[in-house]
Design a protein around this ligand. Structure first.
Ligand code: DGT
Ligand code: CA
Ligand code: ZN
Length: 580
């Protein structure tokens, strides 16, 4: 068992004893001992084996005995007993800001409260305020604290987390003595949801940077404030609360720390195993052998030392990237600049906020060469879906706007509902008027998996359909995907040459990266669509590019990397095939 785990257990014993009402002398012996073990420079197992624990300051006889049992057997009956005696909810209550063990014990003794839910109810009933020494104000604070904890427990959308992280980085950049700074963790790997923000800095003088970090605007709580690591809770847009950790190392350690804290944990383990095969040890500070230290200026040097090509952070999930990097078969990943235009964008004709012209100008300003509009079809009355007559009106409007645009084209499309039986939402003569068609499921989410799969596959087989829109209907952190056999869907798309959308909206992000990888293996062409409902949302396609990269996609796998001329031609070819 490693040092950190042993220290954490000792610390928890101290807390459990406090909850039992033990003397502060006894409790503190455990808290202090935990700190002593954490700060131990030597390997703990070695110290125990050689019987030198007694030499470690702040470790008395009782602790020495407990640590020895813990390190040699991997568990400690005394600790397990203590845990069994303590309702687990009491430990949850301790996580509320301002709640110490004494207060938790008081609430438990007086009101029998042993969970966050019971505590919240007691506060709302005004019971807590009646206890001597607590009062209205404390009761209110506790309610707020519980709300805060519930928020903290959940993951955050990547776009919100990234905005918050960028703000922290900007604030930190003004601190003195920063050699390098990078985001690490799931944020650097661009997962679709993020638990916490990890920032890494190289500096020889951490103190002033740490001081600045814990005092940044938006910080609502300081969890830890040290020289190598500090942790805060910050508030972002829409009352998003997130934990953020800052670690500071020296410049020589930076590449190793960056690699370690970027993860994923699984990738780190694969890297460590690879290092071991070379007789080397890899950790967050160094890559070294018995007689040598391998220096690295950047992460690429670490990979090089292990005969690996540089692995982009998005691929570091231990899903084959090690083997590919060893044999020179890593993909040349899609880049944001490869995207030449986007499809699946809405206007004021259905539920969008901007006109066709405003959308086109916004896309053009982003450097794009084409924009595929796709308002909702007639069945989706809640989103002001277009009747055939309004389809004709919109197409005339697009013709007018296109005549004014140079080197840029708006494609006439529709986001056509897939009806419950898999039919499309217009008769063939209307369908034939579009340049392209996104087909999406927007209703009857409660169909069985078989019905839903058959419904989507039928739409995919319809020659009018250019691409399948949001393939699973999920809303990240809000609504699960509808039941569907994605494998069957992807196989049908591969057979018919129907494209599948990577919905880039950060509230959705379906297809997920795992299925992107599968789609590629089956030969399905993907298309990165922002599903923009306003001009400002067109730029959201960047999050779809991140998903594509995590899915190992290259430029050739993604349809909207084609030039305007190629795209015009490819869409026209599909249309004439579907009409014949
Ligand atoms: P999340 O859950 O969105 O915060 O995801 P991550 O990947 O940012 O996870 P986090 O913040 O817990 O840790 C950051 C990185 O630190 C993680 O990606 C890999 C590294 N790491 C953390 N714990 C371990 C561990 O026990 N073993 C190894 N090998 N690496 C770890
Ligand atoms: Ca993290
Ligand atoms: Zn849409």
């Amino acid at each position: 068992m490693d040092k950190q785990k042993v220290a954490a257990i000792l610390d928890e014993i101290g807390t459990l004893l406090e909850l039992q009402g033990e003397s502060s002398f006894r409790c503190n012996a455990y808290h202090n001992g935990a700190q002593a073990i954490e700060q131990l420079e030597e390997d703990l197992a070695t110290v125990v084996r050689e019987g030198r624990l007694a030499d470690v300051p702040r470790i008395g006889d009782t602790l020495r005995e407990k640590i020895t049992v813990l390190v040699t057997t991997g568990h400690l009956p005394y600790y397990e007993e203590l845990r069994k005696k303590t309702p687990p909810g009491l430990l949850d209550m301790l996580r509320i800001q301002g709640m110490g063990p004494k207060r938790v014990k008081l609430l438990h003794d007086k009101l029998g409260i042993d969970s966050l839910d019971k505590l919240e109810r007691a506060c709302l009933d005004g019971e807590v305020a009646k206890i001597k020494g607590l009062g209205e104000k404390t009761q209110q604070k506790i309610v707020e604290g519980i709300h805060f904890l519930r928020q903290m427990g959940s993951r955050v959308r990547v776009d919100l987390a990234l905005a918050l992280a960028d703000r922290l980085r900007e604030g930190l950049a003004q601190a003195p003595g920063i050699h390098r700074m990078e985001l690490c963790g799931s944020l650097r790997r661009r997962r679709e949801t993020i638990k916490d923000i990890d920032i890494l800095i190289a500096s020889d003088d951490p103190a002033p940077i740490m001081d600045r970090f814990v005092a940044l605007p938006g910080v609502v709580q300081v969890i830890g404030h040290g020289d190598t690591k500090s942790s805060i809770v910050v508030e972002g847009e829409g009352r998003t609360l997130m934990n953020a950790d800052l670690r500071i190392v020296n410049d020589a350690q930076f590449p190793f720390a960056l690699n370690y804290f970027t993860g994923s944990k699984e990738h780190n383990i694969a890297m460590r195993v690879r290092a071991q095969e070379y007789g080397l040890k890899l950790n967050e500070y160094e890559l070294s052998g018995p007689h040598r230290h391998i220096a690295a200026r950047d992460e690429a040097d670490i990979y090089k030392a292990l005969d690996l090509a540089y692995i982009p952070p998005e691929l570091r999930e231990d899903t084959g990237e090690m083997e590919a990097a060893a044999s020179g078969r890593l993909p040349h990943l899609l880049e944001i600049g490869d995207i030449k235009g986007v499809f699946h964008c809405h206007t004021t004709y259905s539920d969008g906020a901007n006109s066709a012209e405003e959308m086109a100008l916004a896309a053009k300003a982003l450097g794009l060469k084409y924009l595929g509009l796709a308002d909702h079809s007639q069945s989706l009355t809640v989103a002001n879906g277009l009747s055939p007559q309004r389809v004709r009106q919109q197409q005339a409007e697009i013709d007018r706007v296109n005549a004014t645009l140079k080197g840029f084209t708006i494609f006439k499309g529709i986001e056509c509902d897939i009806l419950p039986d898999g039919q499309l939402d217009y008769p063939d003569d209307v369908l034939a008027t579009f340049d392209y068609l996104v087909a999406s499921v927007h209703s009857h989410f409660n169909q069985s998996r078989e019905e839903m799969t058959a419904r989507i596959v039928r739409a995919i087989r319809n020659p009018h359909v250019t691409m399948l829109g949001h393939a699973t209907g999920r809303l990240l952190l809000k609504r699960d995907a509808y039941p569907v056999d994605l494998e069957a869907v992807l196989q049908a798309a591969a057979e018919t040459g129907t494209m599948v959308e990577i919905n880039a909206h950060p509230a959705r992000l379906d297809l997920d990266w795992v299925h992107c990888k599968r789609a590629k293996a089956l030969g399905v062409k993907l298309v990165v669509n922002p599903d923009a409902h306003a001009a400002d949302d067109i730029a959201l396609y960047r999050y779809g590019v991140d998903v594509a990269r995590r899915g190992w996609l290259e430029r050739g796998d993604v349809f909207n990397t084609k030039t305007l001329a190629e795209t015009t031609q490819a869409l026209a070819a599909r249309r004439s095939a579907s009409r014949s």
